[in-house]
Design a protein around this ligand. Structure first.
Ligand SMILES: [Zn+2]
Ligand SMILES: [Zn+2]
Length: 394
C-alpha cells in the first residue's frame, strides 16, 4: 500500500519540478552538457519520436501527431485544467484517507476536517475565477478607452495596429496566438488556467497563487501536527526511554523516532514532504509576480526590457568605440585615466543591478508601489473614469 503512494507522489513531484523548470527556462537549445541532455529529454526525444512514426506509418502518422500537438499546445484546451483538479482532488483524498482518522488528536481539533475542505473549495473557486474570467480582451468597442488608459511610452510601445484583429494595439497589450485575441496589459498565457492572464484577471491569478501557497503550508504543518500528536498519544518517547533504555536526549531519541514514523506513517510523511516542496515552488512564483506587480511590469514586458537593454548596450558600445577613435585621432596629448581603485571596483554594481535600475528609471508605467498595486487590484477598465473616456474623446 505504502509503495503505491510512494510511486504516485514521486510521479507528481517529478511532473511539477519538470513543469516549473520548463516554465522557468524555455530557450535551451545550445549550452552545457546538462542543458543538452535536458533538450533531448524535452524536445529532442519528441523530434526522434516524430521521425520514427513518420518512418513506420508515413505521412498519415506524422499528420496525426502534428494534429495532437496542435490541439495540445497551439489551441486552447482543458488538459492542464483537468490535471489541476485531479492533483488537488487526489491530494485532498489522500490526506482525508490517511489523516482524518487521527482528528481530533493531541494537537489538532476535529474542526480541521471541515477547515481543510473549505480551503480546497476556496482554492478551486479561485481557479474557476481565473480560468473563466475576462483577461481584458481588446475589442473595437473598448479600444479607445484602452488607448487612453495606457499611453505609448515610445520605448517598448509605439503606435501600432494588430495585423490579425485589425484594430489599434494599445500599449502593454499583446495578441495571444493561442486564444487569437488581443489582451490588455498582457502578462502571459497560462496553460493551467487555459486562459490569458491580463489586465482584468491578474488579481485573481495572484489570489490563486497566494491561496494555494497558504493551503500547501497549512497542509504540511497540519500533517506534521497529526504525526506529532500520534507520537504523544502513543507515548513513544516514554516507551523508548523506559522499556528500551534509550537516553532521554534529542540526539539519542531522534533516529529511533524517525525510524518509527517511517515504518508506521510513510504515506503521511510523503504527503508532508510533497506539500512542503510545492509550497517552496509556489512561494518563488508568487514572490516573482508580487515583484512584477509592485514595479508595474508584466512577464511579457520583462522579455521586452531584456531585448531593449541588450540593444541599448550594443548602441552604447558602438558610440564609445566611435568616441574613442575620434579622441585618439584629435587629442593625442590626453593623459590616460587613473586605474580604478580596488575598493571602487569591489563596490561597483553588478550588471543585474544595473539592469534593474535602468528598467526602474525608464518604465514610465511605474507610479510607485501603492499606485501599482492599486492598478492590479482595481484595473483601469473596472473604474468609472474608464467608461467616461469615450464621451470625452468623442
Ligand atoms: Zn490582436
Ligand atoms: Zn491566451
Amino acid at each position: 500500500m505504502g509503495m503505491q503512494w510512494l510511486l504516485v507522489c514521486h510521479g507528481l513531484i517529478t511532473l511539477l519540478v519538470v513543469i516549473s523548470f520548463l516554465c522557468g527556462q524555455w530557450p535551451i537549445f545550445q549550452g552545457t552538457f546538462v542543458e543538452r541532455i535536458h533538450y533531448f529529454l524535452t524536445f529532442g526525444a519528441y523530434d526522434y519520436f516524430q521521425r520514427l512514426v513518420g518512418a513506420v506509418f508515413g505521412s498519415k502518422g506524422t499528420n496525426f501527431i502534428l494534429s495532437i500537438e496542435y490541439f495540445c499546445c497551439d489551441r486552447p484546451n482543458p488538459i492542464l485544467q483537468i490535471l489541476y483538479v485531479a492533483i488537488i482532488g487526489g491530494i485532498y483524498y489522500m490526506i482525508a484517507n490517511s489523516c482524518f482518522s487521527y482528528m481530533p488528536g493531541y494537537y489538532l481539533s476535529g474542526a480541521h476536517r471541515y477547515i481543510s475542505l473549505m480551503g480546497v473549495v476556496v482554492g478551486i473557486l479561485f481557479f474557476i475565477l481565473t480560468s473563466f474570467s475576462d483577461p481584458g480582451i481588446v475589442k473595437a468597442e473598448n479600444v479607445l478607452q484602452y488607448l487612453n488608459a495606457y499611453p505609448y511610452d515610445e520605448v517598448l510601445y509605439k503606435e501600432k495596429e494588430c495585423t490579425t484583429c485589425k484594430i489599434p494595439k494599445p500599449a502593454r497589450s499583446k495578441h495571444c496566438s493561442i486564444c487569437n485575441r488581443c489582451v490588455a496589459r498582457f502578462d502571459h498565457h497560462c496553460g493551467w488556467m487555459n486562459n490569458c492572464i491580463g489586465e482584468r484577471n491578474n488579481r485573481y491569478f495572484l489570489g490563486f497563487l497566494l491561496w494555494h501557497l497558504l493551503l500547501c503550508l497549512y497542509g504540511s504543518v497540519a500533517v506534521a501536527l497529526v504525526l506529532a500528536g500520534r507520537l504523544k498519544e502513543l507515548r513513544v518517547v516514554y516507551i523508548l526511554t523506559v522499556y528500551y533504555g534509550i537516553e532521554n536526549t534529542f540526539r539519542d531519541l531522534a533516529p529511533h523516532v524517525v525510524q518509527w514514523l517511517l515504518r508506521s506513517y510513510n504515506t503521511q510523511i510523503l504527503l508532508m514532504i510533497f506539500l512542503a516542496i510545492v509550497s517552496l515552488l509556489l512561494a518563488g512564483f508568487f514572490g516573482y509576480h508580487v515583484n512584477l506587480c509592485l514595479t508595474n511590469t508584466t512577464t511579457n514586458e520583462t522579455f521586452k526590457w531584456q531585448e531593449h537593454l541588450t540593444w541599448q548596450k550594443k548602441l552604447n558600445e558602438a558610440r564609445a568605440s566611435a568616441a574613442a577613435l575620434k579622441a585618439s585621432i584629435s587629442d593625442l596629448r590626453t593623459e590616460a585615466k587613473p586605474p580604478e581603485s580596488k575598493w571602487r571596483a569591489f563596490f561597483r554594481k553588478s550588471p543585474l543591478e544595473d539592469a534593474v535600475e535602468a528598467i526602474a528609471k525608464q518604465n514610465t508605467y511605474n507610479k510607485g508601489c501603492f499606485s501599482n498595486l492599486g492598478e492590479v487590484i482595481f484595473p483601469f477598465s473596472s473604474r468609472p473614469s474608464f467608461s467616461q473616456t469615450k464621451t470625452k474623446a468623442g
